[in-house]
Write a protein that binds this ligand. Structure first.
Ligand code: GLN
Length: 452
């Protein structure tokens, strides 16, 4: 089979599913076929397992000459003039970019319902959400359209949709992957990562996108080892931690059972599992919404109707341009974050909110350090419940925010974490979360491979 044939089949399937699932903002038929043709002409390097494979990219990761909207009216017609670092790397490895996936507007949300382009549906049950914000990236993989996609995770946006759609999603260590070309939400929290059907594929794709990039000063120069090196290796003697807060109030009974079953599997494989405590995790969500929104309020200042993106018409003054453009261009959830963030950073409230949240962050980091003195990795649920109905949580933002209670602490601490399918509830998938030490993705993948 040629790459062109594979890409054509993939495009046909995506296009026939699109009306129902709405996983894509843009399907790049012409670009993908041109890339496929070029790869067919020069031939595939057999050592490169990803060469010629179609992959989808979340629509907040910029792609040269291909519309990138962040699912916002603000960027509805925005075509970037450069590629994000991760996109450069995919292209250099002959990975075919098939299109740009739907998401919550500017990655703010947990269900893909805040998209300007309408919600994406969960392929397991079309009346349910796929999670978010990387819901399109999760749906396209889960529906079998592509083997892999890229998402971004600021507070859970790769892991929670992976959990809701029964696939593998990884948020790498903060700094592992360059954020150059990722439309910034919370710069100290954002990471790009892969969504795949298997643990091994996930490790291999992370190997392609990871590494130091001088254009992102927070990207790390830690060596990029073979992340799949320990896949399938024996877990005998490994010490696993299970935080008691991760099985507390508000966690669905089937979700709890799946995690306890996973703990038994690890024990059978020769590991020990200890109950531990994360005493400050209960403050995680509050600290995240202050820090994440503060950073967002600053990052989103650039959308002013002057430089690029949407510009309101019929304006009378410069101030009018700003106010009307931002009022019309941003959706409600984005406005909510900007207001919350601006408030937390304002002179009179900085100490009470932003500074306090930053202090909580340090306490959380220390909780994890304590656990990792004695343990190799941590397990818990990814999300408190399986996927919920479309529309069920849109009325109350704080209910939606609680979806990420178990994923947010890892963004605040910068740790690598994975969600992988580990059970079912009423026919809907349940995700298990595996958390490792900073830059120890190898152990995370080794632990995950126990489930394949
Ligand atoms: N659901 C969380 C939020 O709305 C996380 C989003 C994300 O990780 N991008 O902020």
């Amino acid at each position: 089979m040629t790459v062109t044939e594979l890409v054509k089949d993939t495009l046909d399937q995506i296009e026939s599913d699109q009306k129902e699932l709405n996983a894509y903002v843009t399907v790049d038929r012409d670009g993908a076929l041109a890339q496929a043709k070029a790869i067919d002409e020069k031939g595939i390097n057999a050592d490169n397992l990803w060469a010629g494979i179609p992959v989808a990219v979340k629509d907040n990761i910029v792609t040269k000459d291909l519309k990138t909207t962040a699912a916002s009216k603000m960027l509805e017609n925005f075509t970037p003039i450069y590629d994000a670092n991760v996109v450069e790397k995919l292209k250099a490895n002959d990975v075919v970019i098939i299109g740009k996936t739907n998401m919550d507007e500017f990655a703010m949300g947990g269900s893909t319902e805040t998209s300007f382009f309408g919600a994406t549906k969960n392929p397991w049950d079309h009346t349910k959400v796929p999670g978010g914000s990387s819901g399109g990236s999760a749906t396209t993989v889960s529906a079998g359209e592509v083997l892999a996609s890229l998402g971004s995770d600021t507070g859970g946006s790769i892991r929670q949709p992976a959990s809701f759609t029964g696939i593998v999603g990884v948020k790498p260590t903060y700094g592992r992957v360059s954020r150059y070309g990722l439309i910034a939400f919370g710069s100290s929290l954002d990471q790009i990562g892969p969504l795949t059907r298997s643990v091994r594929d996930n490790a291999a794709l992370l190997n392609i996108i990871a590494g130091k990039d001088d254009r992102d000063m927070t990207s790390s120069d830690q060596p990029v080892d073979n992340f799949a090196a320990k896949i399938g290796q024996d877990l005998t003697g490994m010490k696993v931690a299970l935080p008691k807060e991760y099985l507390g109030e508000g966690i669905d009974a089937d979700v709890k059972k799946s995690v306890l079953d996973a703990a038994e599997i690890f024990k059978k494989l020769g590991a020990t599992v200890d109950e531990v405590s994360l005493p400050h995790s209960k403050y995680g969500v509050a600290a995240y919404y202050i820090i994440g929104s503060s950073e967002a309020s600053s990052n989103l200042q650039r959308f002013d109707g002057i430089r690029y993106g949407y510009r309101a018409e019929d304006v009378k003054s410069l101030e009018d341009v700003y106010v009307k453009t931002r009022s019309e261009g941003f959706g409600d959830e984005v406005k909510r974050r900007i207001m919350l963030g601006t408030y937390s950073l304002s002179a009179g409230f900085f100490d009470a909110y932003f500074k306090k949240a930053a202090q909580v962050r340090t306490l959380l980091i220390n909780d994890f350090k304590e656990i990792f003195k004695e343990h190799d990795f941590i397990i818990g649920p990814t999300a408190p419940t399986p996927a919920f109905k479309l529309g069920a949580e849109t009325a109350d933002p704080t209910t939606m925010y609680m979806n990420d209670i178990l994923t947010i602490p890892l963004n605040l601490a910068g740790l690598p974490a994975m969600s992988l399918p580990a059970g079912f509830s009423d026919g809907m998938p349940i995700g298990l979360q595996i958390i490792a030490k900073p830059f120890d993705e190898e152990t995370m993948y080794q632990a995950g491979s126990a489930f394949e």
